[in-house]
Design a protein around this ligand. Structure first.
Ligand SMILES: NC(=O)c1ccc[n+]([C@@H]2O[C@H](COP(=O)([O-])OP(=O)(O)OC[C@H]3O[C@@H](n4cnc5c(N)ncnc54)[C@H](OP(=O)(O)O)[C@@H]3O)[C@@H](O)[C@H]2O)c1
Length: 321
């Protein structure tokens, strides 16, 4: 598997990382540990999690999946700051310095490790200046509990302010054939600052695979609603033609599309070990200029129907301001 460095001084990670959220969303999927194992065995070294994925369940899965010697080979990327009630409902943000430190203490315990490799607030907390949040994580770096600092869904200005306090190795942000917003300004700022991009939603949360069969944990996403879903699935059929001409699945095409930019690492979310091979194969695909043009023609920027989140959640995204 191709390896890419996060930031100028960050860790070297596999070009494809495993997004572990689905293993703990709603009813925990049974294949979590097996999927993490399959990914590690296939050469994936980046595992993305959060303390609020299944209220700690996801971090515990990672601990159970890691065998002797694995810890030094994998990069654990962890998030904090999104708060959920016992029913799993989102109830707010907390990225205050004391919470960053306390949340990490619990995460380390659940992960069964003495450090996380990358630690990040899941969202900008509008009540807390980014300098304070990043400053607190920098103290955790100083103390050895955290190796590197990342951010998630922040805009160019916040990224600059944060990077001035402590080097940021990666910005996690939704980026896919369906979600090209970062191309407007954020990717340029990342390149200028030497910050890598860890793209999520690369598979359009399951739609950019050509295999979406309805249902799942995506009911809250506008792109999966009624007429939007019909319109978007028609776009996927246009992509299928491009994928078939190359002899690959739509999922591989979608992953290869984000990896065409050398500063991007692709998170792929799955809870099924049998899908790891499909994802890993995408790391070797270099799309031609003609194929990239065919993708643009099949799904022009802005063609997708529906926003990437419902309005109240979209309002939390500093990256969309
Ligand atoms: N920073 C943030 O704000 C943020 C937000 C959301 C997510 N994330 C991270 O990004 C990761 C990925 O996000 P995501 O899971 O929402 O989106 P995604 O990777 O675009 O899509 C995942 C969906 O695609 C399906 N899938 C995966 N491989 C497939 C294949 N080869 N063929 C057909 N279907 C396939 C999965 O189903 P199965 O499980 O059934 O395989 C799942 O439903 C998350 O796990 C999380 O770590 C970060």
């Amino acid at each position: 598997m191709e390896m890419r460095r996060l930031g100028s001084g960050g860790p070297l990670v596999s070009a494809i990382g495993l997004g572990c959220e689905r293993m703990s969303a709603g009813e925990p999927a049974p294949g979590g540990v097996a999927t993490i194992r399959a990914a590690i065995d296939a050469g994936v070294t980046l595992l993305d999690t959060a303390d609020f994925y299944g209220a700690g369940h996801n971090e515990e899965l990672i601990r159970r999946a890691l065998r002797d010697g694995d810890r030094d080979r994998v990069v654990i990327s962890d998030k904090f700051g999104a708060q959920r009630d016992p029913a799993g409902r989102f109830i707010g943000l907390d990225a205050r310095p004391a919470h960053a430190k306390s949340a990490l203490a619990y995460s380390l315990h659940r992960l069964g490790t003495d450090h996380v490799d990358i630690y990040r607030p899941a969202r900008l907390d509008p009540a807390v200046p980014i300098e304070e949040t990043v400053g607190a994580i920098a103290e955790l770096v100083q103390a050895g509990w955290v190796r590197h600092i990342g951010l998630s869904e922040v805009g160019a200005e916040t990224l600059r302010r944060a990077h001035a306090v402590h080097p940021i190795v990666d910005l996690q942000i939704e980026y896919s054939i369906f979600s090209r917003g970062p191309e407007r300004a954020i990717l340029d700022t990342c390149r200028e600052l030497g910050v890598s991009v860890t793209a999520y939603g690369v598979l359009g949360h399951g739609m950019l695979t050509g295999a979406y069969a309805g249902g799942g944990e995506v009911g809250h996403l506008p792109r999966f609603h009624g007429a939007n879903l019909t319109a978007n699935l028609a776009l996927v059929e246009r992509l299928r033609a491009v994928a078939e001409a190359r002899g690959v699945t739509v999922a591989r095409l979608a992953i290869a599309w984000v990896l065409r930019r050398s500063e991007v690492v692709a998170l792929v979310g799955t809870s099924r070990p049998e899908r790891i091979a499909d994802a890993v194969a995408a790391a070797g695909i270099v799309l031609t200029d003609a194929e990239l043009a065919a993708i643009d023609e099949a799904v022009p920027d802005g063609a997708v129907a529906g926003g990437r989140y419902a309005t109240p959640l979209l309002a939390l995204l500093d990256s969309e301001r």
